[in-house]
Design a protein around this ligand. Structure first.
Ligand code: CP
Ligand code: NVA
Length: 304
């Protein structure tokens, strides 16, 4: 019995990731042309959310509905998970009743434990450490606008957080250079950076990271679960805003991306976020839908 999970980008080979992104683009066209088939008829996705979400919930739920399947929204407030039923037990029970599961939670070990006990594919829909679904959409978006990301340079400006870690994995899997600029003390894990070798460069200077980049990307200074640090982080991240001035150091046709939700005038200027000649954040958000539909097709097809 081989069940395929998607807990980080490393759970798929490079060839498989390319396959998913190509399928996402095909499924996007099929939806636009009104020729989607109900390929998930009778299938149920269990969605466990221990943190808030707009894009992830809507894209998974709409994606299942569009393909003839169903999605169950499971929150800790009204399931036994929130009352301390062990993850191991929840995984064994839920995975006997649904066909695929997605989980948004705090500790990455929760999705690993769930996957270990699950009879069906498990998708990481964001943990404190990784957000791989967002990267599928981001690579799809870059590819649609600028072609292959291989050999390009991406600049990550801001916190060395779950999104940054997934960009590091993406740099290895899709073979591009990632220049990371974080304030001192907010760099991503040294172990992950070391694994990435020449694919990743870390600096405390946003201009150095942005120089020559084909894509500049950022995220909130304080992630979900770090609300108490918001004020301290605003001070520590001064000078790390992505705006037109910083973009002027990037390549001529550089794009801007943000996984959203954005905090205008904090990590990104309103002017840049709204400049649709550079900012592709709305395409990026839409592509969550297409990329995750393709991911679910892949995982269900390859799990036996
Ligand atoms: N980018 C992202 O995951 O958004 P949500 O938190 O709204 O799902
Ligand atoms: N780093 C952010 C991403 C939100 C989609 C968070 O974890 O809150």
């Amino acid at each position: 019995m081989a069940i395929r999970h998607f807990l980080t980008l490393k759970d798929l080979s490079t060839a498989e990731l390319h396959q998913v992104i190509e399928l996402a683009m095909e499924m996007k066209a099929a939806k636009r042309e009104n020729r989607q088939e109900p390929i998930f008829a009778g299938k149920v996705l269990g969605m466990i959310f221990e943190k808030s979400s707009t894009r992830t919930r809507v894209s998974f739920e709409a994606g299942m509905a569009q393909l003839g399947g169903d999605a169950l929204f499971l929150s800790p407030n009204d399931t036994q998970l929130g009352r301390g039923e062990p993850v191991e037990d929840s995984a064994r029970v839920i995975s006997r009743m649904v066909d695929i599961v997605m989980i948004r939670t705090f500790d990455h070990s929760t999705v690993e434990t769930f996957a270990q006990y699950s009879k069906v594919p498990v998708i990481n829909a964001l943990t404190d450490d990784y957000h791989p679904c967002q990267l599928l959409a981001d690579i799809q978006t870059f590819t649609e606008h600028r072609g292959s990301v291989q050999g390009k340079t991406v600049a990550w400006i801001g916190d060395g957080n779950n999104m940054c870690n997934s960009w590091i994995n993406a740099a290895m899997q899709f073979d591009f250079k990632l220049h990371i600029a974080c304030p001192a003390g907010y760099e991503p894990s040294a172990e992950l950076v070391a694994q990435a070798g020449d694919h990743v460069m870390v600096t405390n200077n946003p201009v150095i990271a942005a120089t020559g980049a084909d894509l500049v990307t950022t995220d909130v200074f304080a992630s979900m679960g770090q609300e108490d640090e918001q004020q301290e982080r605003l001070e520590k991240f001064a000078g790390f805003q992505v705006n037109h001035k910083l973009m002027s150091h990037a390549a001529d046709n550089a794009l801007f991306m943000h996984c959203l939700p954005a905090h205008r005038e904090e990590e990104v200027s309103t002017e840049l976020l709204e400049d649709e000649t550079i900012s592709v954040v709305w395409d990026e958000a839409e592509n969550r839908l297409h990329a995750q539909k393709a991911l679910m097709v892949f995982l269900l097809k390859n799990s036996h």
